[in-house]
Each structure stands twice: as C-alpha cells, then as structure tokens.
Ligand binder design. Structure first.
Ligand code: NAP
Ligand code: GDD
Length: 326
C-alpha cells in the first residue's frame, strides 16, 4: 500500500484515537492534532506516541491562521475532522463556544483546504443529532432515519453540526472539493468520555464494585431514561470514516446499526450482567434532563451497506460487555 498522509483532529478523544490506530496500521503518516492543555490529556494515544509516523501537532480549530498553516505545511492526502465540542448537554450551557468550534472551526478547515491544498479529501464528523425529533416511517410503522430524512435539530450542538454539514455540501458542489460527511449515530467504547450516559453507567458499576459494594457508595444519578439511541462500537465506525475517503466520489452516509434501545435498556442490561439491580442504586435527577430532547434515533445504514460494503461487527450486548470488561 502506498504511503499516505492524513491530518486527524480530535486525537485526544475517543474516535481520534481509534482512527489514528487504524491509519497507522494502514501505512499512513498521521498528523495528530490536539489543542493545548494545561494537563496531560493523551491517555487514549499513549501507546502511539513512540511511533515515528504519529506526529503530534498543536492545533486549535477556532484559530484560522493555525488551521491554514497546518494544511499548507502538510498538504495531506486526507483530512479527518473529529474535533468538536461533542457533548449535547454542554451545548445548552455553552451555545456560542459550541457554534464557534463545531461550525466556524469547520469553515476554517474548508477555507484552508480550498486555498492551500485543494486535492485533500475531507471527512467531516456529522451526527444523528442533526435529525433531532424527525424520523421517516416504513409501511409497517417502523421509524428510522436515513440520508433522505429531513433534519430538525433539537440542541445548539445539533444546529451547529447541521450548519457545518451544509457548509461541507456548499464547498463540495461550489468548489469541487472532495468533502463528505459521515452521519454517525451514537458509538461508544471503553474509551468513551465519562460524561456520556453509557460510560457514566459503566464507570459507576466499576467504581461501586471496587468500593466493595459499600452501602455508603453514592447513588448513580441519571436523567431521561426513556430516550432511544442506536448504539454501535467506535472501532466499527472509524472504519466507515476511512472507507468513505477511499471512494471515487464524495458522498454522505448514515452509519448506524439499525437497532435502537432505550437508556433504561442499556442500564438494565449493564446492571444485570454484574448481578445488580438498578432500582437499588439509581436516582433520577431532574437537573440532568435537557431543555429539549431527541427522543428517538434509529439509523438505516442500507446505503453504507450497499455502497461502501460497510457493516458493523459489534452487537449491542457485545458493546456493553466490552465496556464492562475493559
Ligand atoms: P470526543 O471524545 O469528545 O473528542 C472530541 C475531540 O475534539 C477531543 O480530542 C477534543 O480535545 C477535541 N477538540 C474540542 N475542541 C477543540 C478545538 N477547539 N480545537 C481542537 N480540538 C478540539 O468526541 P468523539 O466521541 O471522539 O467524537 C468525534 C467526533 O464525532 C466529534 O466531532 C463528535 O461531535 C462526532 N460524533 C460523535 C458521535 C459519538 O457517538 N461518539 C456520533 C456522531 C458524531 P480535548 O481533549 O482538548 O477536549
Ligand atoms: N450524558 C448523559 N448523562 N445523558 C443522559 C443521562 C446522564 O446522566 N441520563 C440520561 N441521559 C440521556 C440523554 O438525555 C440522551 O437522551 C441519552 O441519554 C444519550 O445521551 P449522551 O450519552 O450524552 O449522548 P447523546 O445522544 O446526547 O450525544 C452523543 O451522540 C450523538 C449522536 O447521536 C454524542 O456522542 C454526540 O457527540 C453525538 O453527535
């Protein structure tokens, strides 16, 4: 395989770490972008730091000149933009920062590629959160979202991501860039951030067991348990990102498992697998409910199945097991 260069943003996050691994295994040089931090936040990529093909670079998406300089310097074959303010709940508390990073930041990348490296193929991390409260319906009544479903976002995060998604489309059609968006549904892993609901549940279970099941151990506080999500494994989803940039033409794809489960179901299964009963340990906290909620997500990945040949390998139960056992 010929050697390629890829810029990856968000390498300190869940997806950035898995994608970097995949690219290094595929003979890429990875320009690994991270923003300055006063503490060490490289835990997820510690095992990659000695690889000479993993080149750490300081980079903040919101600083246009830095973004342009990085693109001009490396003129990469591929650019994967995974950096974002990625927490939906936080986006209600920090809407402007969310917009600055998730929309203006993406525009900085598009401008950088347009002016300094127009051959670069861009992957933008779009999201099922853009569908918001909308879904399509099959004749048998099954509800789903696919590439044709209209988007009605319900959070500052969803709106910012949709604006970026539309911006990518403008640069693709207007400037003929190879730029595409993966509309990824929720994906988790042992490397998932601790303030997303799956990892919050799993972490509580591990800490509770580590405490010797202390009767004084604080309860697990959760918000809306009725929301449904289509949860897959991050390792499967970063493979789809890479596949999208290996195509002849840039297209947007829904990446999902096609199955949906409630937060309550995730909670019950995780607790049951370690012989615990959530009713004994969970407290509902009204402060954890969002001002607006996305109640139902269930992706239809038919287009990605047929056009990319992509299929998820890890089941819902397999995902929970992997997170609990890691
Ligand atoms: P994550 O773990 O929260 O990682 C986000 C990354 O973005 C972190 O490395 C973070 O750096 C970086 N970042 C934030 N602001 C930045 C800035 N101004 N400049 C440079 N880097 C910045 O997110 P993830 O789960 O890996 O998700 C990756 C991408 O996919 C995100 O764009 C997310 O919105 C999108 N997405 C995720 C899912 C999912 O279910 N995981 C689904 C659909 C779409 P710090 O470590 O410094 O904070
Ligand atoms: N975070 C969190 N914490 N969510 C909770 C809690 C809690 O204590 N209790 C209930 N929930 C509910 C949320 O209200 C939401 O309905 C669901 O659990 C999932 O929340 P998150 O795990 O925070 O994920 P998300 O669906 O809001 O967003 C994730 O998926 C998007 C794709 O649909 C993030 O990864 C986004 O970056 C991503 O775009």
């Amino acid at each position: 395989m010929t050697k390629k260069t890829a810029i990856v943003t968000g390498i300190t996050g869940q997806d950035g770490s898995y994608l970097s691994e995949l690219l290094l295994q595929s003979n890429y040089t990875v320009i690994a972008c991270r923003r300055r931090s006063s503490t060490n936040n490289l835990e997820r990529v510690t095992h990659l730091l000695d690889d000479p093909n993993f080149i750490l670079t300081e980079f903040d998406l919101t600083d246009p000149s830095g973004v342009y300089q990085t693109i001009q310097k490396y003129q990469p074959d591929e650019f994967y933009n995974l950096a974002a303010q990625s927490h939906v709940g936080t986006s209600f508390k920090q809407p402007s920062t969310t917009f600055e990073i998730n929309t203006v930041g993406v525009t900085n990348i598009l401008e950088g590629i347009r002016h300094y490296s127009p051959h670069t193929k861009l992957y933008q991390a779009s999201t099922s959160e853009m569908f918001g409260r909308n879904y399509s319906t099959e004749t048998d009544g099954k509800r789903y979202q696919n590439e044709k479903t209209e988007m009605l976002p319900q959070s500052p995060y969803g709106i910012a991501k949709l604006a970026a998604h539309n911006m990518v489309e403008i640069y693709r059609s207007g400037y003929n860039l190879f730029a595409c968006c993966g509309i990824l549904f929720n994906h988790e892993s042992p490397r998932r951030g601790e303030n997303f609901v799956t990892q919050k549940i799993v972490k509580w279970i591990k800490d509770y067991i580590a405490s010797g099941k202390s009767p004084d151990f604080p309860k697990l506080k959760l918000g809306n348990l009725a929301a449904h999500r289509d949860w897959g494994h991050a390792k499967d989803y970063v493979r789809a990102m890479w596949m999208m940039l290996q195509q002849e033409t840039p297209k947007d794809y829904v990446i999902a498992t096609g199955e949906t489960h409630s937060v309550q179901e995730f909670l019950d299964l995780a607790f049951k697998s370690v012989q615990l009963n959530p009713e004994d340990h969970v407290e509902i906290d009204p402060d954890l409910f969002r001002p607006a909620e996305v109640e139902y997500l269930c992706g239809d990945p038919t287009f990605a199945n047929n056009d990319l040949g992509w299929n998820p390998q890890v089941s819902f139960k397999g995902l929970i097991q992997d997170m609990l056992e890691s």
